[in-house]
Design a binder for this molecule. Structure first.
Ligand code: TGC
Ligand code: FAD
Length: 384
């Protein structure tokens, strides 16, 4: 895509190299697979070791834990490129890096960090993040899953659903109510009393593996507790802030793909003896699409630099997630329209992105929830 706002000039050499290598990977190895993966609804697991080899799992963590100390902007660029391929790939990395490795790094003991993080960075251990329940989505404080203190450990009971990566995860970061309040646990997925079933028939994010979990008297040892997670929602909400940040970048990757597809199609498609790209109404749509992508990218870049300087906050991140998802869906829809009938065909990829973005708009806090987070910041009134 044309770099109208010259953001490339703002990137470090390392960030540019990371961006280029992931772009090549997505063009060469991801996009050719996605039609089949989406149509047949499976996550292309062969890509996991390749993503690990590229250093994409937990890349912002220190080297001693398997990361590469990469900047938040570099992580954002990776999310953008992966989601240009398919939202399922960015989802996979968001969950592994932001929702599983981040809490272990931030709230885990030294033993937990050394036990899990290097293997997770190499893709040898895959995680899932378990906050949502059948009756507790936007309002996680209402969760019913319990963790009861018993001799030598904890006993978990309850159910979780909508868990990205769960069907093939090795560990689960589970948030459950103790006598004192909500706490986080690292739970091996083969624990007795824990069962995971795959959620089938999704019409969005078909190439992402989503599962639901039942916990029935599931015993876990004392050392499963994330000791630094404190009590309450603060720790899981910090994880959500990390993942929402990646979505703000990622959604614009899907938007970029749709925009580029629309531009090239419009230049080649002849109607009324001229390319449809020469029609004013098509040009208006393309101009609006490019404008929104550039605006969101400038926002994301500034957000990333603030994050690296320790000056970002969760309100900014909510604004980025909300705006990027909303605008990306509009862009995908405009692209679908520009492609005419071909816009609904899998081989043009646009409707795959458009459908994926519906889930991206909803998970990690719906559009309404992001608005209310901003509304509370603006007015001081909690309207949840
Ligand atoms: P609230 O009183 O607002 O906050 C409790 C404490 O946490 C702090 N805080 C945050 N910190 C970091 N990041 C955030 N986003 C934070 N939001 C709040 C807050 O300052 C407070 O700290 P303290 O020290 O004062 O105690 O808590 P609340 O219960 O009122 O929260 C309300 C609400 C609606 C904002 C929150 O529950 C929410 O965000 N709900 C949406 C649920 C959600 O987003 N679920 C996502 C599940 S995971 C998922 O979808 C993964 S998809 C992954 C993929 O496939 O890519
Ligand atoms: P609800 O909370 O029931 O909301 C229904 C509607 O009501 C929405 O429009 C919402 O915006 C609106 N609403 C709710 N409360 C208010 C309010 N106070 N004011 C105004 N409007 C309101 N969760 C995990 O824990 N881990 C995962 O890995 C994960 N992956 C997911 C993958 C996919 C494909 C999907 C679809 C979801 C995933 N989720 C995951 C769950 C996701 O975070 C929830 O779906 C999301 O938070 C919304 O919850 P809900 O679906 O229960 O909707």
């Amino acid at each position: 895509m044309q770099d109208l706002m010259q953001l490339d000039n703002q990137l470090t050499t390392e960030e540019k190299l990371i961006q280029q290598s992931v772009r090549q990977f997505v063009d060469g190895e991801v996009i050719p697979l996605m039609m089949d993966a989406y149509e047949k609804a499976y996550f292309p697991k062969d890509l996991m070791p390749k993503m690990a080899k590229l250093g994409l799992m937990g890349m912002t963590l220190p080297e001693e834990y398997g990361g590469s100390n990469a900047s938040s902007v570099a992580y954002g660029l990776v999310c953008h490129e992966l989601e240009r391929g398919d939202s399922a790939l960015r989802s996979f990395i968001s969950v592994q890096s932001s929702l599983c490795m981040f809490p272990i790094f931030t709230f885990g003991s030294e033993e937990q960090k050394t036990k899990y993080l290097p293997d997770m960075a190499q893709g040898k251990i895959i995680g899932c993040f378990c906050l949502t329940e059948p009756n507790s989505g936007s309002d996680p404080a209402s969760m019913k899953t319990t963790a009861k203190k018993v001799n030598g450990g904890w006993q978990l009971n309850g159910s979780k659903m909508w868990l990205t990566n769960a069907p093939f995860a090795d560990i689960a970061i589970i948030w459950a109510k103790t006598e004192d309040g909500i706490r986080g646990f690292i739970v091996p997925s083969d624990s007795k009393g824990l069962s995971i079933t795959s959620m089938e028939n999704k019409l969005s994010l078909r190439a992402s593996a989503t599962g639901e979990m039942a916990l029935q008297d599931c015993f876990i040892e004392d050392d499963a507790l994330l000791p630094g997670s404190g009590i309450g929602l603060n720790a899981p909400l910090q994880c959500l802030t990390q993942a929402r940040y990646g979505i703000a970048w990622g959604a614009m990757g899907a938007a970029e793909f749709c925009y580029e597809q629309a531009v090239s199609y419009a230049k080649e498609r002849i109607q009324f003896e001229k390319p449809v790209a020469s029609c004013q109404m098509i040009q208006k749509d393309l101009a609006d699409m490019l404008t929104e992508i550039c605006k969101a990218q400038c926002f994301n870049y500034q957000l990333g630099r603030l994050k690296d300087a320790g000056q970002s906050n969760h309100v900014m991140v909510s604004m980025g997630k909300m705006n990027a998802c909303r605008e990306a869906i509009k862009i995908a829809h405009k692209a679908r329209n520009i492609l005419g009938g071909n816009g609904i065909m899998l081989e043009y990829h646009v409707m795959r992105h458009m459908n994926n973005l519906e889930a991206v708009y909803t998970y990690e806090g719906t559009d309404n929830i992001q608005h209310l987070i901003l509304g509370r910041y603006i007015t001081g009134f909690n309207a949840f």
